[in-house]
Design a protein around this ligand. Sequence first.
Ligand SMILES: O=C[C@H](O)[C@H](O)COP(=O)(O)O
Ligand SMILES: C=C(OP(=O)(O)O)C(=O)O
Length: 330
Amino acid sequence: MIIIAKSTVAAQHIAQVLDHQNPIKPVFVHDNRVALAGVKTLPETELQEVKSEIVEIITNHHSAIKSSRDFHPEDTIIKTPHSVIGGQHFTFMAGPDSIESPAHVEAMGKAVKAAGATVLRGGAFKPRTSPYSFQGNGEAGLKAHRAAADALEMDMVTEILDTRDVDLVDSYTDIFQVGTRNMQNFALLKALGKKQKPVVLKRGMSATIDDLLNAAEYIAAGGNDQIILMERGIRTYDNKYTRNTLDVSAIPVLQSLTHYPVVADASHAAGVSKFVAPLALAAVAAGAQGLMTEIHDDPAHAFVDGAQALTPDEFKLLADKIRQIREAIK
Ligand SMILES: O=C[C@H](O)[C@H](O)COP(=O)(O)O
Ligand SMILES: C=C(OP(=O)(O)O)C(=O)O
């Protein structure tokens, strides 16, 4: 149960009155409205005492608070050294699936920057289905990625898989990425909640929209409000022709429910390069505030996910079309 109090003073009073019944926690939300979470029961006598200080009682205990637009109506805008993410801005995040070598990530960065990307993506720790598949170049990959991003004056986004690597990854990256497989790794979300650095939170491949919002809430509850939600495709009854199903409807739905930027990854949704552009265009037409795209100059020899990689030229074409769509739907 969540209680919305009229003011900070009211919240403090309610917490005082109810505290012996419930382990109650004020979660400060927006200007004058304060949410109190953790209330299990509301004894009638105590309720009478604080009734006039309560604006609303939300009984769905799965409701997100800090992530909710109800309590934070304005769009959250996230500023990184080279990008502005959210609101009316559109951000291209692109690069190779994994960091293969210093020269390769720099060349891919150069190509995506020329097409308009400000964020260079790439994985140094790869979440692979098989333990025998390439697992990423680890810290050497982070180093190469950082060097390329610095040389090109771009932001770096990279996936974090393990709570034990949070400080290491933090020492290199501008933006953390939590992948689909870790969306409900609560220990990891809590650790990132303690960092003051943006987090791209990918939707779990079997997660509902509420699951995603609550995963974001874990990061926000820890004190980190710089969250970027990413729709990257979910598992449905027919993933024979595409790797996942891009849930285009999740984009406007999320934007109505939360103030955090909502971006899309058509690469992992499609799984096949020829379907990446149409899905990306659909996501942009649906209002996505950014796009993550995988590229490779030699997809057949990519270390990971070559089948879904666009070549630099294909990415440039896509980026141009996206700018046209953005202009058309203004
Ligand atoms: O980004 C890439 C992921 O590591 C990859 O999609 C994992 O999938 P796979 O190990 O099944 O190839
Ligand atoms: C592994 C990745 O994506 P996802 O978590 O969406 O599968 C990735 O972007 O490298």
